[in-house]
Design a protein around this ligand. Structure first.
Ligand code: AMP
Length: 482
């Protein structure tokens, strides 16, 4: 099938051609014609399938007629994280470059001023994280009664991050006669309930996972008996030193390990940088740009921070830790082998991981081959000298010891009193005095339904506020009317 056959107009087809896409991906092939008719869509697909274009393209096509009114967006795209929202915005700009549509990006961690201005001018498309959207609504900057199309992207991640009550609230604020395009990689009970409540007879489109993981991604397990972080870091270095590793993302389960592993790799002469929710937005943007331009070869990331990152050319994914949920495994390895290219995913497995790895193999439907790493290291990036290597190893050991005692201290500290959340609409004074919401770093404290405990250290500050005016993303500095 071709893009021409999907029912898209010539203006969009020209932008798609410029983006270099030749044929639609399966989710695009199935979702676009349905979405163009105005029907609701339930898309079960993960990142890497081309799902963003599958909702952005029909949205642009349907909005191409008509005009935005001040403070009344005509469409709304809700994303769980700032990074994902920013990437959807980038996608939108690519596809809508020949249209006169206006877009506003509402994400936490940036000043309200420029966002207010864009909203005042009127936006056809509003791309937002749930917290900031509700904040702007409560500040009276936004009316949702003009929304004709609502998109929910990565609903499964919304669930993980405790955003479902916010999504329900947003669904109740938009007109009932609207089109909903709803995307999730998995269908947990709570997500099914949401779909049954708020979607109107949706067409269900599922892109099978198994084929995606098996086709062009060579999956390998490195089994080591020693479960210590030092042994895992050693295995990681050897895996990185293998032939054919152009660049890669190293996944860790915990934020503090992201930092440790990145520092350790740097000390051993590798070009590596960390990316996680505690880093300032400007830092994360810079790191990502450095990685995309090959200045940095290895990105060490946590699941939430990496979620939705649009990096087309990654040769390798390394799982420093076996992910806590099998779904995350599929998400992680989906970072390589994108858009038909081949890739490799190497997972370090210790005897402690047996339960988690069983869940992974059950989900993917096979047991990946074992990769045996030799005792010596092949060629290191900058080949640090033997004494330098030794010093690096010693420093690693010291860091590990410090972390151990730090963790113990944290365990010993009394738990903080959880802050109560006012239900429903917050009092005005509260909104004014404390504008930061959940997706700006307060998740665990204010969330009435705590995020799954396993995710806590990620969700607490994934969208931590970076302060007003510290960094304003490029999109917000551009004029709203193009
Ligand atoms: P997504 O699943 O939306 O995160 O998209 C994954 C990647 O595939 C992005 O880098 C897109 O730019 C790219 N992409 C989307 N659709 C196509 C297509 N039809 N052909 C080639 N690449 C695509």
């Amino acid at each position: 099938m071709t893009f021409e056959e999907l029912g898209l107009g010539p203006t969009l087809l020209s932008a798609i051609k410029d983006a270099g896409y030749e044929t639609p991906t399966p989710i695009q092939e199935q979702a676009i014609p349905v979405a163009l008719t105005g029907r609701d869509v339930l898309g079960i697909a993960q990142t890497g399938t081309g799902k963003t274009a599958s909702f952005t393209l029909p949205l642009i096509e349907r909005l191409s007629r008509g005009r935005a009114r001040a403070r009344m967006p005509r469409s709304l795209i809700i994303c769980p994280t700032r990074e994902l929202a920013a990437q959807v915005a980038e996608n939108f700009e690519t596809y809508a470059k020949n249209h006169k549509l206006t877009m506003a990006l509402l994400i936490g961690g940036v000043a309200f001023g420029p966002q207010d201005k864009i909203l005042d001018q009127g936006a056809d498309v509003l791309i937002a994280t749930p917290g900031r959207l509700l904040d702007q609504f409560e500040r009276g900057k936004l009316l949702l009664t003009g929304v004709q199309i609502m998109v929910v992207d990565e609903a499964d991640r919304m669930l993980d991050m405790g955003f479902i009550p916010d999504i329900e609230r947003i669904f109740k604020l938009v007109p009932p006669r609207r089109q909903t395009l709803f995307f999730s990689a998995t269908m947990a009970d709570e997500i099914t309930r949401l779909v049954n409540t708020f979607l109107n007879d949706p067409v269900r489109i599922e892109v099978t996972r198994q084929a995606q993981t098996a086709d062009n991604i060579n999956q390998l397990f490195v089994r080591i008996r020693d479960k210590t972080p030092a042994a895992k870091r050693d295995a990681l270095r050897k895996a990185i030193e293998r032939e054919g590793v152009k660049n890669g993302i190293v996944f860790c389960n915990r934020k503090r390990d992201v930092d440790t592993v990145a520092r350790s790799l740097q000390r051993h002469g590798f070009s590596a940088a960390p990316i996680h929710g505690d880093l300032e937005q400007s830092q994360r943007t810079q790191t990502l740009a450095d990685f995309k331009s090959d200045k940095v070869r290895l990105l060490v990331a946590s699941d939430v921070a990496a979620r939705g990152l649009d990096i087309p050319a990654v040769s390798h994914v390394f799982n420093f830790d076996v992910p806590r949920s099998a779904d995350d495994y599929v998400h992680r390895i989906g970072r390589t082998g994108r858009a038909g290219m081949s890739g490799e995913a190497i997972t370090i497995v210790t005897p402690e991981d047996s339960k988690a790895i069983d869940a992974v193999t059950k989900l993917i439907g096979f047991v990946p081959e074992e990769l045996k790493l030799g005792a010596g290291s092949a060629q290191a990036e900058k080949k640090p000298s033997e004494p330098a290597k030794k010093a690096a190893e010693e420093q690693d050991a010291q860091t590990a010891a410090k972390q151990e005692s730090g963790a113990k201290e944290a365990e010993a500290a009394p738990p903080r009193e959880p802050r109560k959340r006012t239900s429903g609409r917050r009092r005005k004074s509260e909104t004014q005095s404390r504008p930061a919401r959940r997706d700006e770093g307060t998740t665990a404290e204010t969330n009435p339904r705590p995020a799954r405990s396993a995710r806590r250290d990620e969700t607490e500050s994934v969208d931590a506020a970076v302060g007003f005016g510290d960094h304003v993303p490029e999109f917000l500095l551009r004029p709203a009317i193009r």
